[in-house]
Design a protein around this ligand. Structure first.
Ligand code: MEV
Length: 322
């Protein structure tokens, strides 16, 4: 960084779906076809974050992600920065708006974190920007960005005007629970394989109805602070979602992941626990804090990495000289 450079840096947490999103309007606008829900998470005793810096300088453009220069594309943060660039240049009398972002200790859900950290920086620089229009601009980078923007447990509603996310429980309410991620050693498939195939199924209109209905249920559970009920609902949603995803020809749950899930189903007859699988190579097993070690020992296997996670909050400004 040169000494004249002005900057703002923010961090945001990655996410896990609770009522899973499947189906987007089109590759450019990426408008979800139904409401969904999620949580933000961090690895226990670590900071799982996307760390993003916007700097204003009179030197040339620099756009980097994890230390490498990034290209312009419809889902790239460059397209988002360009939407705000003229206003930033006028307000801060600068030639260039630079961007640098790094992922730190993230298992999945990183694009929500990256988009939310960038949004936090822009909101800091342009505080009059409407949060609703900000969320809808950021959605182009990541359709479930609202989960990371608000943290804790969130619901994202969809209307003709766009998406709007609200937090329905803060992260502290999840203090009695731990999420153990079992990461399998295969490459994940792009989520767009799900989004663009699931909506072709004849069962899809019913899925849209069910997902929206589950959000009403979730709201009631949140009001009662029924954390177990929330993760039971997530468990059932994982089952409904992946049976449809598989019908659409997209296999996310490999036989090895399914085997572990069956073991969870056996264990949960005696000790409460539940699972979530989103679009990647993780099985997330939710337990009460006191049962976490016993249950992960029962599920432990070779070549599967185990990581303990907890629910996390909203993005933060970490430093700035503006
Ligand atoms: C998000 O766009 C796609 C999935 O991860 C499901 C979810 O988290 O809601 C596949």
């Amino acid at each position: 960084m040169d000494s004249s450079e002005r900057y703002v840096e923010a961090t945001a947490h990655p996410t896990i779906g609770i009522v899973l999103l499947g189906g987007l309007s089109d590759p450019n606008n990426r408008i979800p076809l139904h409401g969904s829900s999620g949580i933000a998470y961090t690895i226990k005793n670590k900071e799982s974050v996307a760390r993003t810096r916007i700097s204003l300088s009179d030197k040339k453009h620099v756009y980097t992600f994890n230390g490498k220069e990034i290209e312009e594309s419809s889902r790239s943060p460059i397209a988002l920065i360009q939407k705000y660039e003229e206003r930033l240049k006028t307000k801060y009398r600068t030639e260039y708006v630079n961007f640098k972002s790094e992922n730190q200790d993230i298992l999945s859900g990183s694009s929500d974190a990256g988009a939310a950290a960038l949004g936090k920086c822009i909101q800091y620089l342009l505080p009059d920007e409407d949060p609703f229009s900000m969320e809808n601009n950021l959605r182009i980078i990541s359709e479930s960005v609202g989960r990371s923007l608000y943290g804790g447990l969130t619901v994202t509603d969809v209307s003709n005007h766009g998406t709007r996310t609200r937090q329905i429980l803060n992260p502290e309410e999840f203090g009695g629970y731990e999420i153990t991620a079992f990461t399998f050693p295969h490459e994940r498939r792009p989520s767009d394989d799900i989004h663009f195939n699931i909506k072709k199924l004849p069962e899809y209109p019913n899925r849209v109805k069910n997902a929206n209905y589950k959000l009403i249920e979730l709201q009631k559970l949140a009001e009662k602070k029924d954390i177990r009920g929330i993760f039971e609902l997530a468990h059932n949603d994982t089952e409904e979602y992946h049976s449809l995803v598989e019908k659409a020809g997209v296999i996310i749950i490999t036989p090895e992941m399914r085997q572990l899930m069956k073991e969870v189903d056996r264990i949960r007859k005696n000790i409460w626990c539940s699972y979530i699988v989103t679009g990647g190579n993780n099985v997330f097993v939710v337990t009460r804090n006191e049962d976490s070690e016993t249950i992960s020992d029962k599920l432990r296997r070779r070549d599967v990495r185990i990581t303990k996670l907890i629910v996390a909050g909203h993005p933060k400004i970490t430093s700035s000289n503006i």
